[in-house]
Write a protein that binds this ligand. Structure first.
Ligand SMILES: *[C@@H]1O[C@H](CO)[C@@H](O)[C@H](O)[C@H]1NC(C)=O
Ligand SMILES: *[C@@H]1O[C@H](CO)[C@@H](O)[C@H](O)[C@H]1NC(C)=O
Ligand SMILES: *[C@@H]1O[C@H](CO)[C@@H](O)[C@H](O)[C@H]1NC(C)=O
Ligand SMILES: *[C@@H]1O[C@H](CO)[C@@H](O)[C@H](O)[C@H]1NC(C)=O
Ligand SMILES: *[C@@H]1O[C@H](CO)[C@@H](O)[C@H](O)[C@H]1NC(C)=O
Ligand SMILES: *[C@@H]1O[C@H](CO)[C@@H](O)[C@H](O)[C@H]1NC(C)=O
Ligand SMILES: *[C@@H]1O[C@H](CO)[C@@H](O)[C@H](O)[C@H]1NC(C)=O
Length: 585
């Protein structure tokens, strides 16, 4: 039996004690950690009176009977996880006067009760995540007066009795996520003055009474994402003065008026991040966000926003990130980003934008990421007007899948210096312009996309990088960028075929069969033409590059020669001078 315990004991620690605890606690702290044990084994441990921490994970402990822990007089942390625990008798926790952490997650506990006669005054953390608690009642927390952290996440809570958390005046974190709450009553969180973090995400909350958070003046983060809220009016009666993080993503919110500076007597909001993504907002009015002057992060992605008022961001002078992607914007008002000079990340992807005012981003020197992909832009004129203070190679620009046909020289020049990476794929480029630019464009311009090609000489689909382009008649073609690699692959395939025992004949040149594009609708003749052009361009590029290098080399050599001559000359003249001086003397 002893061997058995020893085998199961994973850790046995000696820890020196802090002086202020020295009188009462023995000088050694024992930590027992078990996996796959049973209830019996926990009772027959040596030195129960010195156990500081006891942990049982994936054990077989269906019941905690009365007085089970009476001999664990110094136990501070108790964990019973994933162990089939379904019954905790009324006095099971008696005697655990020093218990600080009680963690019983992923069991089958159905109700929260005091589980002892005297208060567990030292207990500050109670974790009951992943159980089957359906309701909390008045008596649930009467014996845990100093609790600071309570998790009942992933239970089956449908109902909470009035003001039961009033017994937990010191609670700072309350996690009720992943339950079945449908209504938040004004009384639920009353009197919880120290509550700082409240998690209510992924319930089925449709309604939150006004005044629900009236007494939670220290609330800093409130998570309500994944519910069924239709408005945010519960926040309007009294602004939460210290709320910093609010997540109401994935709800059904159609109007949000509470963030206007005029609304509510609470005055300004302290919010620094607000996630309103995946709702049903249709419009951002002038005053919709005007009370959020401290906000850094604003996510309005995946709504149905069609209209944005020109001055709606005017007060948001600290804003660093704005996500307006996946909305129904067709245009943005001039001056939208006139005062938000701290902006670093802007996402306008997946809208229906057709034009962008040339100077829309002109005042954003900190801009680092700009995503304009999947719109209908036909002009990139705004690129030439990015902030002149933008550092070199700082911007990541995605302008893929728009309707661009060409960029003018100014835009290309601006991108060459300011952008670290530019995605230009999936536009309607003019073939002629494209070919000319391909020769010049630096490596951080990405025109290409991946295409799958079927070829007669390969069973697998070939992945090639190519670009769509259109000629004057709007006929579509593909320029294959890595045609050279295709040839390579083809030849290397020939080699493997030769490595059989058959006497290797001289490999015959492969018949001229070009890859066929799977996604039809392409004119395969034009593909061939463009492939040839691409190959030609590659060679031409190489030749030009070599010439350039040669010329530069020559230039460098002649420069060096000239410098040497000049040096020689000056040496001669000085020596002549010295001589003439000597002669004068
Ligand atoms: C758990 O222990 C009980 C006895 O305490 C036993 O009847 C039951 O079979 C055990 N369950 C498992 C899964 O080992
Ligand atoms: C808000 O919640 C969603 C999940 O619903 C999550 O994906 C998102 O990251 C959260 N937002 C913030 C700012 O944490
Ligand atoms: C905004 O929210 C969406 C959806 O929740 C998410 O995919 C996106 O990453 C968020 N944007 C930012 C900038 O965090
Ligand atoms: C912009 O938003 C889209 C869709 O919401 C997302 O797919 C994309 O990754 C985002 N872009 C950046 C740069 O975060
Ligand atoms: C908004 O855009 C989505 C697709 O992004 C579309 O399904 C929806 O019909 C549009 N709604 C309006 C009101 O235009
Ligand atoms: C194309 O595929 C290659 C790998 O085969 C990958 O590294 C590259 O990122 C892909 N390019 C695009 C634009 O998807
Ligand atoms: C091409 O890419 C597809 C997935 O996009 C992959 O399944 C396939 O194996 C790739 N073929 C080759 C020859 O790399």
């Amino acid at each position: 039996m002893v061997n058995c315990w020893l085998g199961i004991i994973i850790l046995y620690f000696l820890l020196l004690l802090n002086c202020h605890q020295s009188t009462a606690t023995p000088s050694r702290r024992i930590i027992y950690r078990f996996t796959d044990c049973n209830a019996e084994q926990l009772q027959h441990l040596p030195k129960l009176a010195a156990v500081y921490e006891l942990s049982a994970v994936t054990c077989n402990i269906s019941t905690l009977p009365n007085a089970y822990f009476t001999r664990f007089t110094t136990l501070a942390a108790l964990e019973v996880r994933e162990s089939g625990l379904s019954k905790i008798e009324d006095n099971a926790l008696s005697g655990l006067d020093r218990l600080q952490w009680l963690s019983l997650p992923w069991n089958y506990i159905t109700s929260v009760k005091p589980w002892c006669q005297t208060s567990l005054k030292a207990l500050h953390t109670l974790d009951l995540e992943g159980n089957a608690v359906k309701a909390l009642t008045v008596e649930s927390f009467v014996r845990f007066p100093n609790l600071q952290y309570l998790s009942l996440a992933s239970n089956m809570l449908e109902r909470i009795d009035d003001a039961i958390f009033i017994h937990l005046p010191h609670l700072k974190h309350l996690n009720l996520a992943n339950n079945r709450l449908s209504v938040i009553d004004a009384s639920y969180f009353r009197g919880m003055q120290h509550l700082a973090h409240l998690s209510l995400q992924n319930n089925a909350i449709e309604r939150i009474s006004a005044d629900s958070f009236a007494s939670n003046t220290h609330l800093r983060s409130l998570l309500l994402n994944g519910n069924k809220l239709q408005d945010l009016d519960f926040l309007s009666s009294r602004a939460l003065p210290r709320l910093l993080h609010l997540n109401v993503s994935h709800n059904q919110i159609e109007t949000a008026t509470v963030f206007g500076s005029g609304a509510g007597e609470g005055g300004e909001w302290a919010l620094i991040d607000l996630d309103l993504s995946w709702n049903r907002l249709g419009e951002i009015k002038v005053e919709t966000l005007s009370g959020l002057s401290g906000i850094l992060y604003l996510n309005l992605s995946a709504n149905t926003i069609r209209l944005v008022a020109a001055s709606c961001l005017d007060n948001l002078i600290n804003l660093e990130t704005i996500d307006l992607s996946a909305n129904n914007l067709t245009r943005l008002p001039a001056g939208l980003f006139a005062t938000t000079t701290q902006l670093q990340r802007v996402n306008l992807s997946r809208n229906a934008l057709t034009v962008i005012q040339a100077d829309l981003f002109a005042r954003l020197p900190y801009l680092r990421t700009l995503d304009m992909s999947q719109n209908q832009l036909s002009s990139g004129a705004f690129i030439a007007h990015l902030s002149p203070l933008l550092p070199h190679f700082a911007l990541t620009l995605d302008i893929s899948e728009n309707h661009l046909t060409r960029f003018d020289g100014d835009a290309m020049a601006a991108l060459e210096v300011s952008a670290a990476s530019v995605d230009l794929s999936g536009n309607w480029w003019h073939c002629q312009w494209l070919i000319a630019e391909l020769v010049r464009a630096p490596a951080h311009f990405h025109f290409g996309r991946n295409y799958s090609l079927a070829a007669s000489w390969s069973e697998a689909l070939l992945n090639v990088s190519g670009i769509d382009c259109y000629d004057a008649e709007r006929e579509r073609s593909i320029v294959v960028l890595d045609a050279g690699r295709l040839w390579e692959r083809r030849y290397s395939k020939g080699d493997t075929e030769c490595s059989t025992f058959v006497a290797p004949a001289i490999p015959t040149p492969p018949p001229l069969a070009w890859p066929r594009v799977r996604m039809d609708r392409f004119d395969s003749r034009s593909i061939i033409i463009w492939m040839l052009i691409a190959i030609g361009l590659a060679f031409a590029g190489l030749r030009i590059a070599r010439q350039l290098i040669d010329r530069r080399e020559q230039h460098r050599r002649s420069k060096k020669l000239r410098a040497m001559k000049a040096e020689e000359l000056s040496r001669l003249t000085t020596s002549v001078k010295v001589k003439s001086n000597e002669e004068q003397n």
